[in-house]
Design a protein around this ligand. Structure first.
Ligand SMILES: *Cc1c(COP(=O)(O)O)cnc(C)c1O
Length: 413
C-alpha cells in the first residue's frame, strides 16, 4: 500500500477536505469505494473471536464501524484538528450520543440559552426526566455563566454564532469557566464549519456538527458527527452510539465525503453572497433589525481573525409589521425556497417562531427574542443578483398589498 509521503498535518484545510482520511484502494479507485454492507465475514472462528476481543483490528458489523464511515470520520477529525471522530445518523444523534455519554443521574449540565430547537427540547425535556439538572444561561454574559456553573457540572454546551440571532460567544472564555470544575465543553460548530472556526483552538473538548448542513452541502443527507480525543470518542462509540444505535449509514458517509471535497470553494461563495444579501436587506425600509456577524458594528468583529475566520452565510432579520407581513414576504418568493435547514446550494428561508423554534414554549421563545416577524435566511450558491432580485420582488409585493389595504403608501421605520 502506497502511503502518502507528505506530512499530512501540514496540509491546508482545502487539501484536507479532499484528501483527509483517504486510503489507497486495492484497485486504485480514485473515489473511496462505498462499503454498502451490514456485516463483515471472518476467515474462521479464530479471527471472529480475535476481532470481538479487540486483539485484531478489523470490521465486524456496520453499527460498530465501516470503512467508508471511518474515512469520513478521519477527514472531519483532521479538519477540526482532533485525533478522532464518531459519525452519527443525524446531528441530533451526535448531540444526544455525545451528551449522554458523559452524564449520569444527579449531574448538572449548563447550556447556552439560545440553541437549535431540538437540542433545546432534548436538554429541557429528556435530560430532566432522567434526573440530570440542566440550566440555560446567556453565555455572552460571562458573569452569569460563572455564577451558573456548579461543582457537579459535567458538561457545558454552546453554539456560536447562536441560532437564530447570530450572537457570538467567546468560546475560550467559556472553556476556561468549564475547565475550572473539570467539565467538558461541547461546541456545536454547524453554522461555521471547521474552515471558519475550529473551537478546539479555543479549548473545546468536543466539537460536533449537523453534517446535514454545510459539511455535506447538497441537501440529500441527514447526518451528524462529533470530534474529540481518542478516549472520549471511543467512549461515545462503545456506549451511546453502539447501544442506542444512531450510527451513520455508509451510503450517507460516501455522499458527505463527496460533498466535503468542495467545502472550501462553497464556503467562499456562501460567505461572499451572504455579505451582499445582508447589505441589501439592511437598506430595506421594511427591515427593522438585521443580525449578521459580518457587519463592521457586530460584536462578532471582536473575535474575527481569532475565533472566527468569516461570518458564515446565515442571516436573520425582523420586519416591521406582524406575523402576516413575515408570511407574505416568504410566500411571495419565487426562487428562494421556504424550507428549514441551511448550508445547501439552494437559498433557504424560514420562519423560526412557527418552524425551527416551535418546540420552545411561547415564554421561552419570548425570552430568547424569537419574535413573530423574525426570518432566517441561509444564503445559497446561486448568482447573488438572482437572490437579491427575488427578495426585491417579494418586498415589492409586500408594500403593494400594504398600499391596497390602507389606500396609501405605508412608511416603515
Ligand atoms: C440542524 C442542526 C442540528 C440538528 O441536526 P440534524 O442533522 O437535523 O439532526 C443541530 N444543531 C444545529 C446548529 C443545526 O443547525
Amino acid at each position: 500500500m502506497r502511503t502518502n509521503n507528505k506530512d499530512k498535518s501540514q496540509w491546508q484545510p482545502a487539501t484536507v477536505t479532499i484528501h483527509g482520511g483517504k486510503r489507497r484502494d486495492e484497485h486504485g479507485a480514485l473515489v473511496a469505494p462505498l462499503y454498502q454492507t451490514a456485516t463483515f465475514s471472518f476467515e474462521n472462528t479464530a479471527q471472529g473471536s480475535a476481532r470481538f476481543a479487540g486483539e485484531e483490528a478489523g470490521y465486524i458489523y456496520s453499527r460498530l464501524g465501516n470503512p467508508t464511515v471511518t474515512e469520513l470520520e478521519e477527514r472531519v477529525a483532521a479538519l477540526e484538528g482532533f485525533p478522532a471522530a464518531a459519525a452519527a445518523a443525524t446531528g441530533m444523534g451526535a448531540v444526544s450520543a455525545t451528551m449522554l455519554a458523559f452524564v449520569e443521574q444527579g449531574d448538572h449540565v449548563l447550556v447556552s440559552d439560545a440553541i437549535y430547537g431540538c437540542s433545546f427540547a432534548l436538554f429541557s425535556h429528556l435530560f430532566t426526566k432522567f434526573g440530570i439538572t440542566v440550566d440555560f444561561v446567556d453565555m455572552a454574559d460571562l458573569a452569569k455563566t460563572r455564577a451558573a456553573i456548579r461543582s457537579n457540572t459535567k458538561l457545558v454546551f454552546l453554539e456560536s454564532p447562536v441560532n437564530p440571532h447570530l450572537k457570538v460567544i467567546d468560546i475560550q472564555a467559556i472553556a476556561d469557566v468549564a475547565h475550572e470544575v473539570n467539565a467538558r465543553l461541547v461546541v456545536d460548530n454547524t453554522f461555521m464549519t471547521p474552515l471558519l472556526q475550529q473551537p478546539r483552538q479555543q479549548g473545546a473538548d468536543l466539537v460536533l456538527h449537523s453534517a446535514t448542513k454545510y459539511l455535506n452541502g447538497h441537501g440529500d443527507v441527514v447526518a451528524g458527527i462529533v470530534c474529540g480525543s481518542e478516549d472520549d470518542i471511543e467512549l461515545i462509540k462503545l456506549t451511546t452510539l453502539k447501544d442506542m444505535g444512531a450510527t451513520m449509514s455508509p451510503h450517507d458517509a460516501w455522499l458527505i465525503l463527496r460533498g466535503l471535497k468542495t467545502l472550501d470553494v462553497r464556503m467562499e461563495r456562501h460567505c461572499a453572497n451572504a455579505v451582499k444579501v445582508a447589505e441589501y436587506l439592511r437598506a430595506k425600509d421594511l427591515v427593522k433589525t438585521i443580525y449578521f456577524p459580518g457587519f463592521a458594528d457586530h460584536p462578532a468583529q471582536a473575535l474575527m481573525g481569532t475565533q472566527m475566520h468569516g461570518a458564515g452565510a446565515v442571516i436573520a432579520f425582523e420586519l416591521h409589521g406582524d406575523i402576516n407581513t413575515a408570511r407574505q414576504l416568504l410566500d411571495s418568493l419565487q426562487l428562494i425556497t421556504i424550507a428549514v435547514s441551511l448550508g445547501d446550494a439552494e437559498t433557504l428561508i424560514q420562519h423560526p417562531a412557527s418552524m425551527t423554534h416551535s418546540p420552545y414554549t411561547p415564554e421561552a421563545r419570548a425570552a430568547a427574542g424569537i419574535t413573530d416577524t423574525l426570518i432566517r435566511i441561509s444564503v445559497g450558491l446561486e448568482a447573488v443578483e438572482d437572490i437579491i432580485a427575488d427578495l426585491e420582488q417579494a418586498f415589492a409585493a409586500c408594500s403593494n398589498s400594504q398600499m391596497t389595504t390602507t389606500g396609501e403608501q405605508v412608511r416603515y421605520g
